[in-house]
Structure formats: C-alpha cells, structure tokens
Ligand binder design. Structure first.
Ligand code: AMP
Ligand code: MG
Length: 503
C-alpha cells in the first residue's frame, strides 16, 4: 500500500468526521496485476478528474485500491438490514470501502467507493471479492439507468485485479469504483438504532443526512420528520421511475435502499421483457417478495423500518411520534400513484414529459385507459418496452410492429380506438404526439440476453461487445440505423432468464 503523490481528488470526509461508531478504518487488499477494463470518462469529467491520469498506473492503483490517494480516509461502513424480511443487526461493507468524499467541480459532494476490495471486519464468511462479470454488470445497468434519467449510483471504473476468485468456477476478480451522492442506507439507520443507547448516534446520523440530502429540513418545524418525508418522496419517485421502464431491482433489502433516492447495489436486477407483475429474475427470490409488481409495497415497508429508527427524534412522546410517522408513511401511496400516473400518461402521449414533476390531476378516463392497457399487455404477453415504441409507430401510420407484438392483434383494437379518440379529443396531432412519446419511451434498454453476451465476452477478455452496448444505451431514446438487434426482445427460444447475487 502506497500513498499516491499526485492529488487528483479533493476530499472532505464528513462521514468519517461526524459518524464515529458507524465505520471501521480499513485498507483495500492489494491486487496482483491491475488492469483497467472500463473507465467512465464522462463521469470523470463531471468530477473534475484528469482522465489520462486515471488511466496511468498511479490512477489505476487508486481505482483498484492499491494506493490511497492523498486526503482519503478509507473505511468499511457499518449497516444492518432486513434481508428478505429477516433482520440482520450487523451487515456492513463486507467487500467494499468508502475511500472518501470527493468535491466535484461544482462543489458537490460524492462518495468514492470501492466494491470487491477485499475482506473487512464486516465480511462474515465472505471472501471480500467480486468477479469481473457482476462488476461490469453494475457498470452497464447503472449507466443505462442514468441515461434513462433515473437517479442512480454510477460506476467510475472497473479494474481487473489479475487474481482469480473462487465461485462455482474460478473467475477473474475485479474492483468497481463507484460514485454516489452518499452511501447512507435505511440499514445505516437500523444499525445506528440497534447500537445506540441514548439516540445520540441516530441523531448524529440524521443530522448528517439532513446536511447532505435535505438541508431545507432545518427550516421545518420538525426537521427529522421533514427528513423522513423527503426520503418517502424520493423513494416514491424512484420506484415509479423503475416501474415505468420495467426495472426490477431484485433485492430490495433495507440495506440496499438509499436515503438519497438513488438506485444502489445492482445485483440480481434485470429489465422485464413481457409485461407481467409477477416477474422475478433472482434465483434466490423463491417467494417473489421482490417481484416487479411488489416493488412499491416493499419500498413502503422499508420506509416503515426507517421510521422506526427515527421515532424518538420525531417526538419524545411515543404515541405522538407514531402518529406523525404513520401520516407521512401513508402518504407514500398517493405520492407513488401521482408519479406513476403522470409517467404512464406521458408514455401514452397524454401529457408532456414523464421525467418532469408529477402532475396527476384527476382524470378517470386516462386512468381507466392505463388500467385496461396493463390488463391487455399481461393477457397478450406483450414486450413492455417495445410496445410503447410500436404504439408511436402506429401513430405515424404503420401498424405492423404493434400487431406483431400482440398475440391476438384484434384484442387491441378496442383499446387502440379509445386511446386515439382521447388524443384527437385533446387536439393532439399524431406525428407530434409520436415524437413526444419517443422522448420518454426508450427503444434501447439493457436487454438481458445482450448484457449476458457482453459479460461473457468480457470475462473471456473481449471488451468490444461491452463497449458497444454501453454506447447504445447512452442514448436510449434515439433510434439509430444498424441497431435493430439492440431493440429486439430476447428470442422466444431463450431459456427463462435467471440472475444471481453479485457475489
Ligand atoms: P449484497 O447482497 O451484495 O447487497 O450484500 C449483502 C451483504 O453481504 C453486505 O453486507 C455485503 O457486504 C456482504 N457481502 C456480499 N458479498 C460478499 C463477499 N463476497 N464477501 C464478503 N461480504 C459480502
Ligand atoms: Mg448491498
């Protein structure tokens, strides 16, 4: 372990400074022969980092954990968590480190974090390592989410360590360098609440979270309740955005849910192909707890666990604290519905932009149209992503793609007529509406078979398919010639897709 001499990063480590008791100072394991597999140049620029310096051996040494940059203060963060509903009081970074907090060119604070960087005091039985495939998977799906406008942690780099790690077979090891607005999790609050006799640790953590993610809470009558409300809103919005693109996180344990509202910990996640709320990809999710259609309810369940840790801060009197928490928690449903409805209306060309703030005025006709569509998509086993692009194509006068997607095309006729009637009643012209729809309905998503093919190639040393896939996914809404294979659903012959935790 050496100290890098050239300071590229400007660090200000508020977590370490303010939150004693929630981390263990630690160093990364040494990688034998690091090799940079992927560097996120756009993100590096955003952070004000010198790309060439990062690509040089000194830079790669920092990205893999072989060197600690000046000003960094690496720690393994402590957290607890409900995993599939069962509480573990001590999880923590078992194979990861917070290197430090970087201030970017605009003074914004971002965590620089390594994943796959070796054993820590939180490793339990694990080896602290990660394989090339799952780390590249987090990179590509995170970038796809970012390009879709969905809040997410982002990969800065993946570096192969040169070491083999033991899984079902021996696999090449890697470290992911990740950037996040913080790594504060619901599980961080659960750990603080479990290991704190006098509420001082939870209070310090809540103050830290307010400063980082919701400084305006300080103006509220009850800043801690305002913080909770802010997290409820951020998660309602986030999960609605997942649902609107068919994203299934796969392991929504409380330790995998952020306070910032960013998507985190891409393990067994995947995008749904055929619309079916029961869709589960994760091989370990036997009960379907984290199925597509359950995600909003699970988010609210996780937020209830967050509220429990904050009760003493909401009100000294327990009943009053519970009443206040319950009110805010209940608001999740309406907030989620508002985001979802506004997003679905946008997908159907019925309002402006799914990514703009929710504007869900009462409109029973539109809502019924949405409900009926979902029933149809499920009954007709329609590919969720392709459907909305085929719909805009039909507005341009070509019905063929739509009719190929639907098992019994005639089943769509009634719905389609109602939808078109609404558009014309609102005075919306077909061509303009089609264009607006294409701004919110992606044509390119990280299709499971494409991701898998890119990762298999990368594990064998060929990075070209991975780079090409990243390139396609960087502009998910713009149809480009020659990319038909990236837009198509998986061939029906493909085996039922299964994902595994990123270990
Ligand atoms: P995850 O399912 O990846 O979110 O991880 C859940 C918990 O298991 C976290 O505390 C991780 O740090 C820990 N963990 C996962 N994989 C490993 C590993 N290979 N070695 C040590 N700890 C791990
Ligand atoms: Mg995790």
């Amino acid at each position: 372990m050496s100290v890098a001499t050239r300071p590229q990063f400007v660090f200000d480590n508020s977590y370490v400074r303010e939150l004693h008791g929630l981390y263990e100072p630690w160093q990364a394991a040494t990688a034998t022969s690091p090799r940079l597999l992927a560097l996120n140049e756009a993100l590096a620029h955003e952070l004000g980092l010198d790309v060439e310096a990062l690509q040089a051996p000194d830079g790669v040494a920092v990205l893999v954990g072989n060197a600690t940059p000046e000003g960094a203060s690496p720690v393994a963060q402590a957290y607890a968590g409900h995993q599939f509903g069962g509480f573990s009081p001590r999880l923590g970074d078992g194979r990861a480190l917070l290197v430090g907090e970087v201030l970017d060119a605009h003074g914004r604070r971002r965590d620089l974090h390594l994943k796959g960087s070796g054993r820590t005091p939180f490793s339990r039985g694990g080896d602290g390592k990660a394989a090339v495939g799952p780390m590249l998977r987090e990179y590509v799906i995170g970038e796809a989410m970012h390009a879709l406008g969905i809040p997410t942690t982002r990969a800065l780099a993946v570096v192969a360590t040169g070491d083999l790690i033991e899984r079902e077979t021996m696999l090449p090891g890697a470290v992911l360098a990740r950037i996040a607005s913080s790594h504060l999790r619901v599980g961080t609050f659960q750990y603080a609440a479990t290991h704190d006799d006098h509420d001082t640790l939870v209070r310090r953590l809540a103050d830290h979270a307010i400063a980082r993610h919701h400084p305006r809470a300080l103006d509220a009558g009850n800043p801690y309740l305002a913080l909770f409300e802010h997290v409820v809103e951020a998660q309602a919005s986030l999960v609605a955005r997942w649902m609107l693109v068919g994203f299934i996180h796969g392991v929504m344990n409380t330790d995998n849910m952020t306070i910032s509202g960013e998507t985190i910990d891409y393990g067994p996640c995947a995008f749904m192909d055929v619309f079916d709320p029961d869709t589960v990809f994760s091989s370990i999710d036997h009960g379907g707890r984290y199925a597509y259609g359950n995600q909003p309810v699970i988010a609210q369940w996780n937020l209830a666990r967050l509220a429990e840790t904050l009760l003493p801060l909401f009100d000294a009197e327990r009943d009053a604290a519970i009443a206040a928490a319950t009110d805010v928690l209940r608001s999740f449903t309406a907030r989620y519905q508002a985001h979802w409805t506004a997003g679905m209306r946008a997908k159907l060309g019925l309002i402006g932009d799914a990514r703009s703030a929710a504007t869900a005025e009462q409109d029973d006709g539109a809502d019924l149209l949405i409900d009926d569509l979902l029933t149809l998509l499920r009954a007709q086993a329609v590919d969720f992503t392709s459907f909305f692009r085929a719909l805009s194509t039909s507005l341009r006068g070509d019905d063929a793609p739509l009719r190929t997607l639907v098992a019994e095309p005639a089943a769509l006729d009634g719905w389609s007529a109602r939808w078109r009637a609404r558009l014309s009643a609102a005075g919306r012209r077909p061509q303009a509406t089609a264009a607006v729809m294409d701004r919110v309905n992606p044509i390119y998503i990280p299709r499971n078979h494409l991701v898998e093919a890119a990762l298999v190639a990368a594990t064998d040393g060929d990075m070209a398919p991975f780079r090409q896939l990243l390139d396609v996914l960087a502009q998910p809404f713009d149809e480009r010639p020659g990319l038909d294979a990236y837009a198509a659903p998986a061939p029906p012959s493909a085996a039922r897709y299964r994902t595994f935790c990123g270990t």
